[in-house]
Design a protein around this ligand. Structure first.
Ligand SMILES: *[C@@H]1O[C@H](CO)[C@@H](O)[C@H](O)[C@H]1NC(C)=O
Length: 152
């Protein structure tokens, strides 16, 4: 190859690299979701997560157990995974990953736990599981995303 051709190839490659960065290559990055059982000793919960075209089935989580999976979100930001979670006589459905809400908030590593007060998501600003929904003072048989809408 001539020196000139080398230069053209180099410039093309450089452009490809910058293109990928400029147009949000990270949008296609895999998202990894983890749900941990923090209910307490001896307490199982059952988790059934799905999105429109993917049913992940029912899984029983023992105390301190994790359930996790990865997926590639759709580029137009419509990906929604929701989970039905039950323990003892409590049950509810929550959005565990909603692209518009969570891409910036937790992606690509979305961590959530189930506590006796309801589910909480890990907050990368405070480094604590303090984005919590439902729970205290409300009907304990319903898990809902927040009275203050902290999770909406
Ligand atoms: C919790 O789940 C484990 C494994 O599925 C099971 O062996 C155990 O009996 C369950 N405990 C309760 C209290 O349901």
């Amino acid at each position: 190859m001539s020196r000139k051709n080398n230069r053209v190839v180099f410039l093309l490659m450089l452009q490809l690299i910058t293109l990928c960065n400029a147009y949000g290559f990270s949008l296609l990055e895999k998202i990894h979701v983890t749900i941990g059982n923090h209910l307490g000793d001896g307490l199982n919960c059952s988790i059934h997560c799905k999105c429109k075209d993917d049913d992940l089935g029912v899984h029983v989580l023992q105390f301190q157990g994790n359930y996790e999976w990865s997926f590639r979100p759709k580029i137009w930001g419509t990906t929604l995974y929701f989970c039905n979670i039950q323990w003892r006589d409590a049950a509810g459905t929550l959005d565990i990953f909603r692209a518009k809400r969570d891409w910036n908030r937790c992606g690509p590593e979305c961590l959530s736990i189930v506590t006796p007060e309801g589910p909480c998501q890990f907050n990368y600003d405070s480094h604590a599981y303090d984005i919590c929904c439902g729970g205290k003072g409300e009907d304990p048989t319903k898990i809902e995303f927040g009275p203050k809408n902290t999770c909406a």
